[in-house]
Design a protein around this ligand. Structure first.
Ligand code: UD1
Length: 410
């Protein structure tokens, strides 16, 4: 008998509640869990939901404000791991989450996105024979220099259920040999939150409070180690921002990592002294949406902002060489600028002059993703509540069936 039968107890099986442990840790996880937690809470007789927070992000502005604004339930378990190197952070989460799982004994662990909390939780659950469901599966930048890409590849390889945002994500997984039965195309869950909170965000007063006018400023966010940890690269980006700010005021909520690096490389004063650049503390979900919605353009290296700006039809200049979200380029308002200072400035000028990209149709960006995930979990309920041994057998049968049928998609 496996973990679930050993620790689950008869009561849980009799109650017919599917016990779900969801793991969050860092800022981009929060807008993904909010709609799912809300949807599961509608059926308390069918689902038991346990929220685990790893503590990867812990500052008020990086964490607490998102929980209160998005109405995310208070985590049932907090692992309190904090910051560290990639290995330290991942290892600490693993050690603590293993203990937590022994207490929770869920039928399935839900992980989201591509942060260190995602890979660490998936790895622990998979080794304990607990089913793993990955929300936002199948994204690939094919750039293994990014910790997130490694997190994506490993998490998907370990997951039993892969909830994908797009058909491209499905193709990525099928090309890697993932059995089609494991994949469920549900759409982009971030957009559930965006649609749900857009009206409230519109009521925020941050634009006026910062002395800005709608369409009269650009929004800047930066935090990728590849952009901010290297003096030369960061210096080039700062120069580009200074140049753009001569034509358009910029507002720049500064991530803690970036704040540290700007100080370390003595670039902070340059930005602070620029007349048209407002550096502010990181802001909450409603304020960032409000700032984005009224911006003329965004300049960012965030994954999330590429999608949010596309939804909102705001031109986005992404300071990266690649993206795991190609739909935002093909159908959206996003353009990759790499670290090319001149290109960043030229793209910004185009957007200021009204020649930025506009958006097309995006499939499944409809605000109903959490609903589809819950429907899918319901369909898989019996399988998820069966013992891990049976699950392994059944997964093997599914794979065999696929091979017998020719496995055409591989
Ligand atoms: C993490 C995610 C990244 C995501 C980003 C959103 C990984 C590998 N990276 O990057 O994908 O886009 O979150 O913000 O998981 N710090 C604080 N307070 C906090 C959190 C962090 O001061 O609440 C500082 C610490 O100095 C820390 C640094 O920021 O060392 C980086 O934090 P970390 O969680 O390691 O990665 P992020 O850069 O935030």
């Amino acid at each position: 008998m496996g973990q679930v039968d050993n620790c689950g107890g008869k009561d849980r099986l009799l109650s017919h509640k599917l016990k779900i442990a969801a793991v969050v840790g860092a800022r981009p996880n929060f807008m993904k869990i909010a709609p799912l937690a809300r949807e599961l809470a509608k059926q308390p007789e069918r689902f038991e939901f346990v929220l685990v927070h790893t503590g990867q992000h812990y500052d008020k502005v990086m964490n607490d404000v998102f929980f209160s604004e998005l109405g995310i339930p208070t985590p049932d378990i907090h692992l309190g791991v904090g910051s560290g190197s990639q290995a330290q952070q991942t290892a600490r989460i693993m050690l603590e989450f293993e203990k937590a799982l022994a207490e929770i004994t869920p039928h399935v662990v839900v992980v989201l996105g591509d942060v260190n909390s995602t890979i660490a939780a998936a790895l622990v659950a998979a080794k304990l024979d607990i089913a793993v469901a990955h929300v936002e599966a199948g994204l690939r930048s094919r750039d293994r220099r990014m910790p997130e890409e490694i997190n994506r590849v490993v998490t998907d390889a370990l997951s039993d259920i892969l909830y994908t945002p797009s058909r491209l994500a499905d193709s990525n997984l099928l090309n890697e040999g993932v059995a089609p039965q494991k994949i469920s195309l549900v759409g982009n869950i971030m957009i559930d939150s965006l649609i749900g909170f857009l009206e409230q965000a519109g009521e925020r007063r941050i634009v006026a409070e910062l002395g800005l006018t709608p369409q009269g400023y650009g929004l800047v966010t930066l935090h990728r180690p590849s952009n901010v940890d290297n003096r030369e690269v960061l210096c080039g980006i700062v120069e580009a921002l200074l140049e753009i700010s001569r034509r358009l005021p910029l507002v720049f909520p500064v991530h803690p990592r970036t704040a540290g690096m700007l100080t370390k490389f003595a670039l902070e004063t340059k930005l602070e002294q620029a007349e048209n650049i407002r550096m502010i503390e990181p802001v909450g979900y409603l304020d960032i949406l409000c700032l984005m919605k009224s911006a003329r353009l965004a300049i960012s290296d965030s994954g999330v902002i590429q999608e949010e700006t596309t939804f909102l039809g705001i031109p986005c200049i992404t300071i990266r060489e690649n993206t795991e979200r190609p739909e935002t380029i093909l159908e959206g308002t996003n353009t990759l600028a790499g670290h090319d200072r001149e290109l960043i400035v030229r793209l910004a000028r185009d957007a200021i002059d009204g020649h930025g990209k506009s958006r097309g149709d995006l499939e499944f960006w409809d605000g109903r993703v959490a609903e589809r995930i819950v429907e899918d979990l319901e369909k898989r309920r019996e399988w998820l509540m069966s013992s891990p041994d049976k699950r392994v057998d059944r997964a093997a049968i599914q794979v065999d069936a696929n091979i017998t049928q020719g496995g055409t998609d591989r």
